[in-house]
Design a protein around this ligand. Structure first.
Ligand code: ADP
Ligand code: MG
Length: 358
């Protein structure tokens, strides 16, 4: 098993004749520690599959290097990398039995049948495939076939990493939840590096110790679920993670102090300057009704049972706030305040670090 390093990796697919070159991956430098449970989270088209294919060697990056420990693997063949990759849609041999499908990656590498049988049985049991081991794969449902694909990814114990590319897309929601907790359990048992690709924040946050968030070909933040929630480094992370996501509001720098929704926010000790587009980010959890503060009009309140989500408007801007179930929504002259310890400033989308200011 190895630590995997992407060093200055960029990728561009061949552009159609006459078209401008576009970067599917802008620039990724990222270390995947040996034994880590990672989720790679980002919207469709942000470059997740491209990144996995570069790690496994299906793609050679246009620029940059791929290292396993300190060994440069950029130009080595997929087979030598010892990576198990599970794709979005099932890859199974229809004419083979479920057992033979699961045994295939082991047989292929010369593992003896005495070792293969117990291993296949173990994986089959984990995935609830024991009863269908002697059946032909062709007869299985889409769910069943994808479980075989997962099993084929999990069956080898000698791999550097197992990568799952949105593997539960075709799986029924109930089973999805079950399989995800099984993968997590399995990671704890075997300790192999796992990279789990998804565009679903719940999947990412429940599977991973570290979530790598991608946006438009870049890694914008790597952190624990808590870090992503508390201190989004980019407004995209704030918006994408959380339900509802972070409120992102326009902000002006008056006298080098941030002004938002008509009031000065005591956010920065230092001078803010005038450059770039400034925004304030505050999660719905940290906006509350107050006796004084920013006057708002209430547009809508949704009662979600455990809490209420209020949508309010001030200075032409809409924002959402999470209100405890027991709290009565004010009916006259409602005002709101932000928890300033949980309110962030952004410049051109990126978190303004107060250290960097003059
Ligand atoms: P994701 O897996 O996050 O949805 P991809 O890595 O598949 O994203 O794609 C990233 C970008 O690269 C997208 O703009 C996509 O259209 C483009 N792309 C992906 N595969 C190819 C390809 N084989 N040829 C050209 N462009 C591609
Ligand atoms: Mg993809």
């Amino acid at each position: 098993m190895a630590k995997i390093t992407l060093d200055g990796v960029r990728h561009s697919y061949p552009a159609p004749r006459g078209a401008e070159q576009v970067w599917a991956l802008e620039e990724v430098s990222q270390i995947w520690e040996d034994g880590g449970a990672y989720a790679l989270l980002g919207p469709s088209g942000c470059g997740k599959t491209t990144l996995l294919n570069i790690i496994s060697g299906l793609l050679r990056p246009t620029e940059g290097r791929v290292l396993f420990d300190s060994e440069d693997m950029t130009d080595t063949a997929t087979a030598t990398r010892q990576i198990a990759q599970v794709f979005q849609f099932p890859v199974v041999y229809d004419t083979m039995t479920v057992f033979d499908n699961l045994a295939f990656p082991l047989k292929n590498r010369g593992v003896t049948i005495n070792e293969i049988t117990p291993r296949v049985n173990e994986i089959a049991q984990m995935l609830d495939l024991t009863d269908s081991l002697q059946q032909r794969a062709a007869g299985l449902t889409a769910d069943g076939k994808q479980k075989i694909s997962l099993g084929r990814g999990l069956v080898r114990s000698d791999v550097n990493a197992i990568m799952f590319d949105e593997p539960l897309t075709v799986i029924d929601p109930h089973l999805k939840w079950q399989l995800r907790s099984k993968l997590k359990q399995l990671h704890q048992q075997v300790g192999t590096t796992m990279i789990y690709v998804t565009h679903d924040q719940t999947e990412a946050l429940t599977f991973a110790d570290k979530v790598v968030v991608m946006y438009e070909g870049k890694v914008v933040q790597v952190g624990t679920p808590q870090e992503l929630f508390e201190t989004p480094r980019h407004t995209f992370v704030g918006h994408f993670i959380g339900s509802p996501g972070m409120n992102v509001l326009p902000c002006e720098s008056d006298d080098d102090r941030p002004h938002c929704l008509g009031v000065a926010l005591g956010l920065m000790e230092k001078k803010l300057g005038q450059e770039g587009v400034l925004e304030v980010g505050v999660r719905p959890e940290f906006v509350f009704f107050d006796s004084v503060g920013i006057p708002v009009s209430i547009l809508k309140v949704d009662d979600l049972g455990r809490y209420q989500v209020a949508e309010v408007e001030a200075h032409g801007q809409r924002l959402k706030m999470i209100v405890p179930e027991s709290e009565v929504i004010p009916s006259e002259n409602p005002c709101i305040s932000f928890d300033l310890d949980r309110t962030q400033l952004y410049r051109n989308g990126w978190l303004v670090d107060s250290e960097e200011l003059s």
